[in-house]
Design a protein around this ligand. Structure first.
Ligand code: GLY
Ligand code: MN
Ligand code: MN
Length: 436
């Protein structure tokens, strides 16, 4: 049984249609297969908006929403169950099954789209569409011919309306994210236990992928497995360096379940034991992570978590003499930014960097029950940084959790991924797990 039920998809479509004027319709396209090389493709990933509204995981389909009809009409255009196509590519749902399986009002083959869309345009004065989608923009000349210059003015972007719906998660969505977080946490713990000097970053990535796939999930983004200096590049995904005794390993990796992502980062010593400089930086980042999580509560501005993390890190960096004080001055001058240069988090959901604004009317938005954020402070000290004592050079630590706003305070979905120093050192010392 899928975690997101058919009726939830129907209710999302209805909520979207309620926001659209009666004389409008929406055309929303699925993703297409992307060529990897020659005649091979990347693994298919559905467009998040299309997935949100249908739960349908085939390429090239088109969803049309017509709010003016009765209670609102939903039509899907999808691939016909052509025997030759299915011989090579496996089963497709087909338009007839689509009505029953997806709960849409009508299903048609893709070939019927242009003709039927023509008929649907009767009386329509506004068309909502994802304006960055090739399928839609290719259909535009037909509509343009019908509407002439009028269409240009009446063509509206559907994405902000869907983005707004996706922002607050339902209980079923939170269950999917909880499942993704649990699997991602297990993967992270296994990666910690697998670590030893002499392995390679890609071998740690293999541990992560193994756990995701074993549980029927897949990576929500390319895992960052960054040993030592690799972590100086924030989005390093090369994963080709050898793990060296004495270095830290920073791993930022999460999987997705039914399209819903978890986002975790953990950092641990390759030797299994933090040295004193690594420990000091780790403790500071952990304190910032915990202080920021405590701010992920209903009614707080989104930005409160970042402010808490910045204060903690700035204070700590002054104490450790990595930046000059006094703290107030360092905060005002943003001296911490040299070492903590990114935001403390982002929205998470169907996209790892999910929809949701970071400013509403110029203000940080207020957190509501069901919103999900990451909390991911970090400190990154370049190996070449001559402004700090040599013991700090080359230390990079990020600790990231996926946290849901709830009636009962912050719900850390990734809490099963160990992050206390004694937990990490004990797990690495006591494990008998040996990757092959
Ligand atoms: N995994 C990307 C991020 O943490 O934002
Ligand atoms: Mn993140
Ligand atoms: Mn991350």
């Amino acid at each position: 049984m899928p975690l997101i039920a058919k009726r939830e998809f129907a209710s999302r479509r209805n909520r979207l249609m309620k926001q659209m004027p009666a004389n409008s319709l929406a055309v929303i396209a699925a993703s297409s297969l992307q060529t990897r090389s020659g005649d091979t493709h990347y693994r298919f990933r559905q467009h998040s908006d299309f997935l949100y509204l249908t739960g349908f995981n085939e390429p090239d389909a088109i969803l049309v929403l017509v709010p003016r009809r009765a209670k609102g009409e939903t039509i899907i255009f999808c691939r016909d169950p052509d025997a030759e196509y299915q011989r090579w590519n496996g089963e497709v749902l087909g338009p007839e099954q689509a009505e029953q399986k997806l709960g849409v009002d009508h299903g048609f083959g893709l070939d019927a789209f242009t003709d039927i869309a023509e008929g649907l345009l009767e009386g329509i004065e506004q068309i909502y569409a994802p304006l960055d989608n090739a399928t839609i923009t290719q259909a535009l000349p037909t509509w343009q011919a019908r509407y002439g210059t009028k269409l240009g003015e009446q063509l509206l972007d559907i994405q902000p309306l869907i983005a707004d719906l996706r922002w607050v998660k339902s209980s079923a969505e939170l269950r999917a994210m909880g499942a993704a977080a649990t699997i991602s946490s297990a993967a992270m713990n296994r990666a910690i236990e697998a670590t030893r000097p002499g392995l390679w970053e890609y071998q740690i990535a293999a541990e992560l992928h193994h756990t995701y796939l074993w549980h029927g999930a897949e990576a929500a983004y390319l895992p960052i497995v960054a040993a030592g200096q690799s972590a100086e590049a924030l989005h390093y995904v090369d994963n080709q360096r050898e793990l060296r005794d004495g270095d830290l390993l920073l791993v930022d990796a999460g999987c997705e379940v039914e399209g819903y992502a978890a986002d975790i980062t953990r950092t641990w010593p390759i030797s299994g034991q933090f040295n004193s400089a690594q420990r000091a930086i780790y403790q500071l980042v952990l304190a910032a992570n915990e202080a920021a999580i405590a701010e992920v509560v209903m009614g707080n501005p989104y930005d409160a978590a970042h402010q808490a993390a910045v204060k903690m890190i700035c204070h700590g960096l002054v104490q450790l003499k990595i930046i000059d004080g006094p703290v107030d001055e360092a905060l005002k001058q943003q001296r911490y930014k040299k070492y903590f240069m990114h935001a403390t988090g982002h929205w998470v959901g169907l996209d790892v960097h999910d929809t949701g604004p970071y400013k509403v009317a110029g203000q940080s938005p207020v957190l509501e029950d069901g919103m999900v954020v990451t909390v991911e402070p970090g400190i990154y000290i370049d190996s070449t940084d001559q402004t700090v004592a040599p013991k700090w050079r080359g230390i990079a630590v990020r600790i990231e959790d996926t946290v849901a706003v709830s009636q009962n305070g912050p719900r850390v979905l990734t809490s099963a991924a160990i992050k206390q120093i004694d937990q990490i050192e004990t797990a690495m010392r006591e494990t008998d797990y040996a990757p092959v």
